[in-house]
Write a protein that binds this ligand. Sequence first.
Ligand SMILES: [Zn+2]
Length: 320
Amino acid sequence: MRELYLPKDMQWPKLAPQILMPGESISSLVDRQALLWGINRSQLIREISPGIIGQVALGDLDVSGRWMFLDIYAEKTGVSRGALEMHCGDRREALLKPKDRDAYCPICFFEDATSAHTPYFRLDWARIFLTYCQVHQCPLFKWSHVLPDGTRKLPHEWLMGEGIKISAVAQFAQDLKLARAYAYDVRPKRPISREAWACVKYFESSLFNAGVGAAKYNAMNWRSYSIEDAVMNLAVELAKDATKNGRLRVDESDAITFEDQRVMSFTFKKGPVRPARPTWFSLTGKVRSIACRRALMYRLSQSKIEWREYVYKQSSLGSV
Ligand SMILES: [Zn+2]
């Protein structure tokens, strides 16, 4: 085991062992453990490693491979440092801002709970360019029980592994119903919405397969970077027209009436102003709601620029 830079006489409490689930993010594991103690994420970090709370405040739990938190956390949880690193991203810029990582798949949550696991957040759900669940082919939704420090709260019954109690979270029941309708392909119903939904999924899976917007450097090659650069530039240009209430302002000719406003929503825009130097930050800073982010993905999927064909070719998925 690596040596920890810790005072030798200090007695560190151990945490109740938790299994790191497939694809789970580190922040999800930390949240689950904190909630079991009835505290939030930042309190748990302060309890186990008071010396690094400042680092954590400045850092990002999901992109923390190189710093001391993982050493301490491995020691506390009994999970190996190597296993923790596998669940960490190393491209902070490609993920949503820590406090905005609230996207979740209701069907994944349902299946976690019914297999006696605590529902958990996947690292992929934090990717900027991914708004649907690749397992269930349904939209991701916003988990609305998020504390100011980013802790995603879960009902007590779920933490205790007592199965899913849908009524425990009123919004969860609605999300699950809508997600299933998409997963079973009974929604959206209207042709224009169906087409838009198919475009979004196809475009996002193409980007995903081409390694664009990946959480880890090792999932990318030079082509991923060049496509990502082109997509990000256009995304930033479009994102400047995101509204605070979660809609994307577009020209009237580019707008569609999507039948589920919670899934995708547009509004008409005024005059555009292109930012001088597009950055990931100007993208994540503007697009806060998942319905707006999905609308942005739809607009990107419709753009008639060269990289669009290139992305599809790279992803080996054939044509739309
Ligand atoms: Zn799912």
